[in-house]
Design a protein around this ligand. Sequence first.
Ligand code: ZN
Length: 203
Amino acid sequence: MKIFCIGRNYVEHAKELNNQVPDEPVIFAKPDTALLKRNKPFFIPDFAKDFHYEAELVIKICRVGKNISRKFAHRYYDEVALGIDFTARDLQAKLKAKGLPWEKAKAFDGSAVISPYISKEKFADIQNISFRLDKNGETVQKGNSSLMIFPVDELIAHLSQYFTLKIGDLIYTGTPAGVGPVSINDRLTGYIEDEQMFDFLIK
Ligand code: ZN
């Protein structure tokens, strides 16, 4: 399976990192070894100093598709989860400054936290789902999919021009404002609407 991530899909987050609001989706990928499931702890790697959480809604693909039109994109996903796109922000800044790819800062082992999945049928509108991340009991990120620059169906249409989507592929749809660092012993708890989706420790 493949893991796609969308960068800068919320205006306020693009601004907080001094990035331009993009005119087409910013896409990168992670290997399946990045997945961190079942509330396992995140062990801070030693190749960088400044690891940031980015809480994101995640869409799971349920059909094979290529060149999917926006109109039919909703048929290609059936489940939603909450994830964290962990980022070595200091290393990413170095790579960006040199114009190099981000993988070492974004795609390392454990960098893609994933919660259990919820059927999309549970939501009246995929583009009106609220989610939040608490760090040590305090809310640090609050988002709603209505604020995405590129909505889910458009992301699927765009991605599938380049990549065949397959069953089980995941799309991390971008993070709202409020990203920040983690330290050892922090506890991260994520919610979709009022449902707790994950709860794990930083080690
Ligand atoms: Zn992200």
